[in-house]
Design a protein around this ligand. Structure first.
Ligand SMILES: Nc1ncnc2c1ncn2[C@@H]1O[C@H](COP(=O)(O)OP(=O)(O)OP(=O)(O)O)[C@@H](O)[C@H]1O
Ligand SMILES: [Mg+2]
Length: 265
């Protein structure tokens, strides 16, 4: 854990969310909150509903019941673009990168949301062209800063598909950071990584949290990582919330131990 935590007010409230796919109850009456600047983990066995929860938060799934409030705005009925515009970015459990494109261009794709002048205006070379060119330069500079921050300068021109998996996950984080999010949703950012790669990723997540002040929701299976970097943990099991508290609290809860920790540790 890095230094002193500066946890603030509640910024995200998940209220009584239920989500069904036909007969499958992916989430049942889930409520929890997330505070400003917090690293909030969501854990639980496979199929517990963790990714579905993130999909509700960023507007990919519309839950049948409940609401999500982000800084006072309810967004259960918003699409992911609108949620992104509110300042919520995410990475995906299965990487959503353009494998044939360079590291730089992939991260640049995260800037789309921030671009005001569009390609059509650029193509016309109309009076806005100068503005578009200037904007493009500013975006590239911002992306270069992210590349430095994530220590991936050596691969900036390399097609992402040629990088080892651990580095691809780092590029995916870079793409999300390019959106300058206030809140970052990370779906298993360390899955498939070796111990050293996990340590690197943990450090980057904490650095993002510290240096950019970004609030983070993190799905992670590795309990060691969860204990190390999260402030509070929500535990899901079969779509229900069975635990919520500090890592120490959830680790010692009998219900959590039997449902989740007991099974894999
Ligand atoms: N688009 C969908 N259509 C139908 N069922 C879905 C859909 N998305 C999720 N589910 C179901 O909802 C339940 C929760 O799935 P979810 O992916 O949220 O779990 P998870 O906790 O992220 O699991 P994992 O650890 O394996 O990633 C599962 O039974 C899953 O099959
Ligand atoms: Mg998942």
């Amino acid at each position: 854990m890095s230094g002193e935590r500066r946890i603030g007010e509640v910024v995200l409230e998940v209220r009584n969310i239920s989500l069904r796919f036909g007969g499958v109850k992916a989430l049942t009456d889930i409520s929890f909150d997330v505070r400003e600047h917090e690293v909030r983990a969501i854990i639980g066995p496979n199929g517990a509903g963790k990714s579905s929860m993130l999909n509700c938060i960023n507007g990919v799934y519309a839950p049948q019941e409940g609401q999500i409030h982000f800084r006072g705005q309810a967004f259960s009925a918003m699409n992911s673009r609108q949620v992104a515009e509110l300042g919520v970015a995410r990475t995906f459990q299965n990487l959503a990168l353009f494998k044939g494109m360079s590291v730089l261009d992939n991260i640049m794709s995260g800037r789309n949301l921030r671009m005001h002048t569009n390609l059509f205006q650029q193509a016309l070379r109309n009076p806005w062209f100068g503005a578009a060119e200037r904007e493009e330069t500013e975006h590239r500079e911002f992306v270069e800063k992210i590349i430095d921050f994530l220590e991936i300068q050596a691969w900036r021109k390399t097609p992402v598909g040629r990088l080892p998996y651990g580095l691809q996950k780092r590029v995916d984080l870079g793409r999300a950071l390019a959106m300058e999010p206030q809140m970052l949703l990370l779906d298993e950012p360390m899955a498939g990584m070796n111990v050293e790669e996990k340590q690197d990723m943990s450090r980057f997540i904490l650095d993002v949290n510290d240096e950019y002040g970004t609030t983070i929701i993190l799905i992670e299976h590795d309990m060691g990582v969860v204990m190390d970097i999260s402030d509070r943990v929500v535990v899901l099991d079969y779509g229900k919330k069975i635990g919520d508290g500090t890592p120490q609290e959830v680790r010692s809860s009998p219900e959590v131990i039997s449902a989740y920790l007991g099974a894999s540790h």
